[in-house]
Design a protein around this ligand. Structure first.
Ligand SMILES: Nc1ncnc2c1ncn2[C@@H]1O[C@H](COP(=O)(O)OP(=O)(O)OP(=O)(O)O)[C@@H](O)[C@H]1O
Length: 318
């Protein structure tokens, strides 16, 4: 297990981390998810030893590592903009850490072959980094990080600089890689879909604090507060409540607990139908997601007056 306990970090007067504690189980893939500036990278850098906390302790497998140099923590690190050695081939980039550790040449060769196979770059040994696509370069970076058999793999927005399609592919690939390699991994991301689709556990961060830790489903179904609910998916405000757009029922008659609204647009988006409505006194349109069948039954058109209600038993946050 990797644990950070009571971590506080200030930059001048600014509190980047405020008494943060987290436990990352062995073999898990845990995401630190939060908006820009919430402290994710700072927490990761403290776990890596690249930054020193003002207070608190970092433990890896029960050993206090707070004062241990990064090189001695046995971690692999991959950043968004991976600094590959441009003048070295893919093989030499991946072999770098092993050469420093004086691993013998035969073992290095075998391990490089194995790693390039794992990251889907078999046969790319002789290429140089500028002859790889962005996605291939990040996979090479992962091979390099894994080469020294780290106890922990730390990934800071590793796919952040890539376009949406490649990101989505690499996300799936990372999940499969993790299922194969099982190295305890912490992934920093601001993208809730990325966190939800690859991580076993997610710690949602905001303003230097962890707001909630749980598996993707727990967080979605039982958000601890408005911030977590809003960060994990779209929400609509009905009266004082935040409700997910697919958890709102539209009724043609008034009823107990219903809020009156006027349909402003009906959008047919293939699989779903999205209805945008104005609630009196609300300054933003409320969005409701319906199935095509439900929408067909309601026969809504703009200008109609309807009543909205959160479906029973769904997560709402007041
Ligand atoms: N070396 C530093 N000196 C001063 N302020 C810093 C330093 N590093 C980080 N900060 C500040 O601490 C806060 C948290 O930064 P951090 O990079 O951890 O956030 P983040 O959640 O990773 O955001 P992003 O996704 O934008 O990187 C930010 O307001 C940032 O400006």
């Amino acid at each position: 297990m990797i644990a950070a306990r009571g971590i506080t970090k200030q930059f001048g007067d600014y509190v980047a981390l405020d008494d943060v504690s987290i436990e990352v189980p062995d073999g898990s893939l845990t995401a630190l998810l939060g908006p820009s500036g919430s402290g994710k990278s700072t927490l990761l850098r403290i776990i890596a030893g690249l930054e020193t906390p003002d207070a608190g302790v970092v433990e890896i497998h029960g050993d206090d590592q707070t004062r241990v140099k990064p090189q001695r923590r046995e971690i692999g690190f991959v950043f968004q903009h991976y600094a590959a050695f441009k003048h070295m081939t893919v093989r030499d980039n991946v072999a770098f850490g092993m050469r420093i550790r004086k691993v013998d040449r035969k073992r290095i060769d075998a391990r490089v072959d194995e790693l390039l196979e794992i990251v889907g770059l078999a046969g790319y040994h002789k290429r140089y980094p500028n002859q790889l696509s962005g996605g291939q370069r990040q996979r090479m970076a992962l091979a390099r990080a894994l080469a020294v058999e780290p106890r922990v793999l730390l990934l800071d927005e590793p796919f952040g600089a890539l376009d949406a399609k490649v990101r989505a592919e690499l996300r799936e690939w990372l999940r499969r890689l993790h299922d194969e390699v099982h190295v305890t991994t912490i992934l920093v991301t601001h993208d809730q879909e990325e966190a939800m689709s690859v991580a076993d556990h997610i710690a949602v961060m905001d303003h230097g604090r962890i707001e909630q830790v749980g598996d993707p489903r727990e967080l979605y179904d039982r958000p601890a507060n408005q911030f977590v609910m809003g960060f994990l998916g779209p929400v609509s405000q009905i009266g004082e409540q935040l409700v997910r757009p697919h958890d709102i029922a539209i009724r043609l008659e008034p009823g107990l607990g219903c809020v009156e609204a006027q349909v402003s647009r009906v959008l047919h988006l293939g699989f779903e139908v999205r209805v945008e409505l104005a609630i009196e006194g609300g300054d933003q349109l409320v969005s409701v997601q319906l199935t095509r069948d439900d929408a067909a039954q309601l026969e809504l058109s703009s200008g109609d007056i309807v009543w909205l209600q959160a479906r029973e038993g769904v997560p709402v946050s007041a």
